[in-house]
Design a protein around this ligand. Sequence first.
Ligand code: ADP
Length: 484
Amino acid sequence: MIMAEKKLNVLFIASEAAPFVKVGGLGDVAGSLPYAIAALPEGPDIRMAIPLHKAIDQTKYTLETVTSFDIAHKNGPITAEVFQTELNGLTIYLISGEPVAEADLVYTADTRADGKKFTFFSLAVLELCKQLDWQPDILHAQDWHTAPAVYALKTILKDDPFFAHTATLLTVHNLPYLGNGAGPALKAFGLKPAKKSNLPKWAQDMPLPLGLLTADKINTVSTGYAQEMLTPEFGSGLQKFLKTRKKDLVGIINGLDMDAWNPASDKAISANFTSDTLQDRGKNKRALQKELELPQDTDAPLLAFIGRMDHQKGIEIALEALRKVSDLSWQAIILGTGDPDIEARAEALAEEFPQNIRTIIRFDGALARRIYAGSDMMMVPSRYEPCGLIQMIAMRYGSVPVARATGGLRDTITDYKEKGKSTGFLFKKAKPRAMAKALRRALAVFPDRQEWEQIQIRDMAQDFTWQNSAVQYLDIYLSLLKSE
Ligand code: ADP
């Protein structure tokens, strides 16, 4: 039993965390949620572990060596080396070892190699707890990469007294990334498929399904997506299985690090502003137009897209929608990297409309900030969106979202129909025609400066702080202890 006066021990594990390494929204979440949980009045002793990816600039942090040990593998033991650093009061463990050190990228197309790296990492964090003699009350894993740790606790480590009181929470940030292809890597580390489970046969050796099968509690990052996950359209083939876990599945919306994303103090933008000084925002628009050699026209609505260029994000829907509204006057900036075919299509559209479209194929955090601050509208045409941070960041910076009504987007944006409350423009179908209609609605309102400013002011006034969500996570941690 946990004594009331004992601080709760929570180990938060993730494949990426800002500012160390960030590929997408998971990096933002892991870089802010644990701090928000630690800051709660009854905050636990929460510590984080991430792999020491090559992309992490080790010169920026003081890394102390903690320990090293071996992880069993069918081809012989693999040594894990653990380093430790402190950031804003949080202890962070960075784990290295051959499968981590030899990978150039955080995620690759080689699921076998990724499977080996993340399974190694998942097992190493558990062994680390033993080496530190630090018993986690809660293991909080994110996505498929760290799901093997959840599965290991319920299989190869289920009789280990050290973990007898460790409960598990698995957060799903992106359901379709199941870890397909990582099965052999799991097996090589001794994690066998769950053959006699009610997982569909094809999913019985995949990390995320195995985590979903064995986690004490599951959550995803919006209430809307928690419901959508149970449907054939969004369930990635697991909807029937997920229904069997419905009572242990909840949605908790992500927050935003309101200090890291603040137009009043952002050093990467030309002019800082608040909702009281929206006139200063225009300087960012002009600077952005200049930087990207777009006509310096303040009246031309400036549309933007920022994000990973993959099927999920629906950028092709936006490309076609832009074509459909090409009779109207606007400018557009597209920033992203990902699938080469999609990148090529985005570049082709910019070539077709050299007067008013710019496509930039790279990951550029500072440019992204200048776009949030200078664009008038943010296009978010996702096919599915567990939460989505881009629309929240955009709203915080007064860029009005034109977004698909799905998952977290629907939960965080109120459509223009709801006069006096609206924060953006939503469309239902993941089709260019539906998006073009929403763009037309937005473009029709834009010239009414007063009306547009009212939307911006509402956007910027929204409370996206982590506080509420952090309380909900702590509640789950505590509920898991009570049910011991
Ligand atoms: P996801 O996690 O699915 O990629 P989110 O909307 O949750 O999407 O978060 C995306 C994060 O990554 C945001 O912080 C966004 O600004 C950032 N981002 C995505 N693509 C780029 C890019 N090409 N350059 C800079 N930042 C980017």
